[in-house]
Design a binder for this molecule. Structure first.
Ligand SMILES: [Fe+2]
Ligand SMILES: [Fe+2]
Length: 268
């Protein structure tokens, strides 16, 4: 008796999507855990949000390339995309690297891409929220427009946003029209992973791939001092208690529907 996955190989695909990667600690735990999950046959494709992969700040082209080499099939960014000015040309030329689509149209890079896999094409769309964040175009209308342009059944929407209400609302707005809506940005994993009523997989936040002994990835004491004194502090990325957080989506590539969403927290 073969497991269903083997019988149906080529139809079902498991995608690991990981939350905001922070610093070298995050890069190292990402490499170790994804290698193990691949060796165990649990994942076919890996997508990582890497917006804080350079010491907590946006990555350089060299860091992006190193993360591809360490096992990411695609990478997404967020509000930290412009931290390293040298990333601009790679954003324009690397189709596996996207930033939020609802930035001004003249911004470098792209907010939507299609990854070709052995099991079929996967469209990815990145959006950033507007609540407690810098002004951008409407993520809801941008999603409508881009979903209309997508030529694949499997569409993953990452929503990089602060407010839980905005994220849940976008999930419900897109329910039944996309494979998954996955939140990022807060660095705190939520336990609300679910399949919404019309079949879209959803989680409010994937969490963080980085040092858990921290304040959302930074050393604790400077952040505490900043709140106590109101004075500027240097926020270095923390190092201790690395974990990879995210979800594994089991997708029927013929229909583009997620069969399940499993929340992952691999703590070392
Ligand atoms: Fe962010
Ligand atoms: Fe982040």
């Amino acid at each position: 008796m073969f497991p269903a996955r083997l019988l149906w190989h080529g139809v079902y695909m498991n995608i690991l999507f990981t939350g905001d990667m922070v610093g070298s600690t995050g890069r190292q735990v990402f490499l170790r855990v994804t290698q193990r999950l691949r060796a165990e046959g649990r994942i076919d494709l890996v997508i990582a949000n890497t917006e804080n992969a350079a010491g907590g700040r946006g990555p350089s082209p060299e860091i992006v390339e190193a993360i591809f080499a360490s096992g990411a099939d695609a990478q997404t960014l967020g509000d930290h995309v412009w931290d390293d000015k040298t990333l601009t040309s790679l954003l324009n030329t690397e189709p596996r690297l996207i930033r939020p689509a609802n930035f001004p149209p003249a911004a470098a890079g792209r907010g939507m891409t299609t990854i070709e896999t052995g099991e079929g094409p996967v469209c990815m769309i990145s959006l950033v929220g507007r609540v407690f964040m810098d002004p951008v175009d409407c993520p809801f209308r941008t999603a409508d427009r881009l979903i209309g342009m997508a030529k694949t059944k499997t569409i993953l929407v990452e929503f990089h946003a602060e407010a839980t209400s905005e994220k849940i609302a976008l999930g419900r707005y897109l329910d039944g029209r996309v494979t998954a809506v996955l939140g990022t940005h807060t660095h705190v994993q939520t336990s609300d992973e679910t399949i919404l009523p019309n079949g879209t997989a959803y989680i409010t936040d994937l969490g963080m791939t980085g040092p858990k002994d921290s304040v959302i990835g930074r050393e604790v004491e400077p952040v505490v001092q900043r709140f106590i004194t109101g004075m500027p502090q240097k926020f270095d990325a923390a190092k201790k208690d690395p974990a990879l957080e995210g979800v594994i989506l089991d997708i029927d590539m013929k229909t583009g529907k997620a069969r399940s969403i499993e929340r992952i927290r691999a703590r070392e």
